[in-house]
Design a protein around this ligand. Structure first.
Ligand SMILES: [Fe+2]
Ligand SMILES: [Fe+2]
Length: 172
């Protein structure tokens, strides 16, 4: 069973981190800085948390809990998702202070890069080689439902703008 969709989303997230950090580093205009951060926060909430973590927590982790060999993994990863949310709040709280906000963004992106590396290199490899192929199609149907729910609640126009602004393409 391959977790291609989740791996592709990891690539999107990493690209957006690089892109946003580059943009912020060269930004000399306060209003533009605030706009980039505001879009980034929307991306962190909608794409990373509601969509990507929604798929992992809603459907992947419960499958792992049912497998004695993988039982500890979801707890560790869920704790990391919670800590990531806390770091997003810290970015929001620093609104109006570019220096602190840049530092909080770096804290968040560093943490999430580590989380993604852990999932890609340790967790997903183990899952892909240890779980039954038969759940793959069920998982992808469930993932599609999570994503369409997020797009519907955010509004398709917001979702499009979010993805376009980050200049990335989502591959399935
Ligand atoms: Fe995760
Ligand atoms: Fe992930």
């Amino acid at each position: 069973m391959k977790l291609t969709e989740l791996r592709n989303e990891h690539e999107v997230i990493l690209k957006v981190f690089d892109h946003v950090e580059n943009q912020l580093a060269k930004c000399r205009d306060d209003a533009l800085f605030d706009r980039i951060v505001s879009d980034f926060l929307l991306f962190a909430t909608l794409f990373i948390d509601d969509n990507h973590h929604g798929k992992e927590e809603g459907f992947l982790f419960p499958k792992l809990l049912a497998n004695a060999f993988f039982q500890d993994i979801p707890h560790v990863l869920s704790e990391e998702h919670i800590y990531g949310r806390h770091l997003v709040v810290k970015i929001k709280e620093a609104l109006g202070d570019r220096v602190v906000q840049s530092r909080e963004i770096a804290n968040y992106t560093d943490f999430m890069r580590h989380h993604i590396r852990l999932e890609n290199e340790m967790v997903f490899d183990a899952i892909e080689s240890g779980l039954d192929d038969s759940i793959a199609s069920a998982l992808s149907a469930e993932f599609a439902r999570v994503e369409s729910d997020v797009i519907r609640s955010a509004g398709p126009a917001v979702w499009e703008r979010l993805i376009q602004n980050q200049m990335v393409e989502i591959e399935k």
